[in-house]
Design a protein around this ligand. Sequence first.
Ligand SMILES: Cc1cc2nc3c(=O)[nH]c(=O)nc-3n(C[C@H](O)[C@H](O)[C@H](O)COP(=O)(O)O)c2cc1C
Length: 327
Amino acid sequence: MNRKISVAPMMDCTDKHERYFLRLISKNVLLYTEMIVSEAIDRGDKKKLLSFNVKEKPVALQIGGSSPKLLSNASKLGEEFGYDEINLNLGCPSKKVQKNRFGACLLKEPKLVAECLSEMQSKTKIPVTVKTRIGYDDIEDYDNLSNLISLFKTTGVKTFIIHARKAMLGKFTPKQNLNIPPLKYGMVYKLKEEFKDLEIIINGGITTIDEIKNHLNKVDGVMIGRSIYHSPYMLADIENNIFNNTNVPSREEVIKELVIYLKKEIKKGTRMNQIMRHTLGLFHGQTGSSFWKRYLSENMCVRNADVQKIDHIMDKVKFAPQAHSVG
Ligand SMILES: Cc1cc2nc3c(=O)[nH]c(=O)nc-3n(C[C@H](O)[C@H](O)[C@H](O)COP(=O)(O)O)c2cc1C
């Protein structure tokens, strides 16, 4: 599987509608789901939680949890639903997550994690990967990270996504935990030097093509979260510059395709804003992008008016690029 560039799992962001939208722009990136907790998969509506459109593929399912049994069951189900990879979340630092014993707090229990990873791999043939941070609280030395990866490697996991910041458990809000601990890319590069046989993907604070290219000289892949969510057409630059794909659809072509999907989804009961909210940043950086944002903000939440509004979206798109000169 090609993990050169991937879009990070993000709660409330990378749902199936966002992934469908991003896939219209990029053929080559790997997409991740939001984290889904193994207990929820066990008890909840499996179809609702796990079903997705095959056009989104390749897609990795990210799960959270600490029960080897529930995680391995969830992995098996993920494979049955057609996901291409199962990823275990060992990076989320939120208090709620800690209370339920999953995410970054599991870095304190590496043996349990290794047990989970072994069980997960015994139930599925698709790759099981790990997303983690470089450390937590005061534990942020390279040796600790290296020991952790060595242990997880013994279970057969070959791909590690490393968010190059430590997690501050219980101290910071989730937002602070995404911004305050400093990025230490050097530790991720060192991991790749030490574990040449492992696939090491770097994550955290990466925003430009030049940065991506520099990282790709040191590690196997780059995962990007917020900058793609806020500016999804960045994927077009990635297709051009990283995958040499010169056949990327324009923003207008993307919206045209998305409207076809939107109409089908609305018939199934999806609300217009569940899809269109993800496109707010599509014209990011273009003069006139505020038109698009304003138009969507004013129209996509209108109750019972969804279907009638769809064709107006197309009208808006037609003039959106001309909005360059309007400001
Ligand atoms: C809104 C939001 C939700 C997130 N949800 C998850 C999640 O469900 N699972 C996960 O592993 N990381 C989650 N993250 C962290 C991202 O995957 C990523 O590691 C982090 O944003 C750093 O990458 P970036 O600087 O490119 O955004 C989330 C981040 C944001 C901003």
